[in-house]
Design a protein around this ligand. Structure first.
Ligand code: GDP
Ligand code: MG
Length: 160
């Protein structure tokens, strides 16, 4: 009996994943969302955002000293971004594996970046690199009321 209630109540991770302007312009929104849906993760936040420069700067603040930082910030502000929050067991680490290496030429071709990207500055998708980073990024991109609590009917078929 408890195993049926467990997936609904057990504490699970959340991560922040973003479809970058290159992927939005290339019509890859559906492809990328589909990968997370089919994996079994639960979407709890979703919106189309045109990031301001301060938002992009804060998002990538840890990279402020890098030579590519100005162009990275400019790129993120250059068009719409699909901001998402995904929830599920081990989602932070697993989403990073689903994305592949930062440099798409080093990514396994079965990953999102490996399948859809070539240049490191046009690598189509972002996802938080740690649970603590995810908490910061979710709070940066979403207001609390924009995150939806719900229980998909599929949960018992995804978690044992
Ligand atoms: P990620 O966590 O895999 O996205 O990689 P990082 O946090 O290290 O870098 C953030 C983003 O900056 C990456 O997704 C790339 O788009 C970009 N980036 C990282 N390293 C480089 C680089 O050496 N050159 C350029 N042009 N862009 C980079
Ligand atoms: Mg990163």
């Amino acid at each position: 009996r408890p195993c049926r209630a467990l997936p609904l109540t057990c504490r699970v991770e959340r991560t922040f994943t973003a479809i970058k302007p290159d992927a939005v312009n290339r019509g890859l929104i559906g492809e990328i969302i589909t990968r997370f849906e089919r994996k079994g993760y639960k979407l709890v936040g979703l919106k189309l955002v045109r990031p301001t420069q301060p938002l992009a700067e804060t998002h990538y603040a840890e990279l402020a000293s890098k030579p590519f930082y100005p162009s990275l910030v400019q790129f993120l502000c250059s068009g719409p971004v699909v901001a998402m929050c995904w929830e599920g067991k081990d989602v932070v680490r697993t989403a990073r594996k689903m994305l592949g290496a930062t440099n798409p030429l080093e990514s396994d071709p079965s990953t999102i970046r490996g399948a859809y990207a070539i240049d490191v500055g046009r690598n189509v998708v972002h996802s938080s690199d740690a649970v603590s980073t995810a908490e910061r990024e979710i709070a940066l991109w979403f207001r609390p009321e924009e995150l939806v609590e719900w229980a998909p009917t599929s949960l018992q078929w995804i978690y044992e």
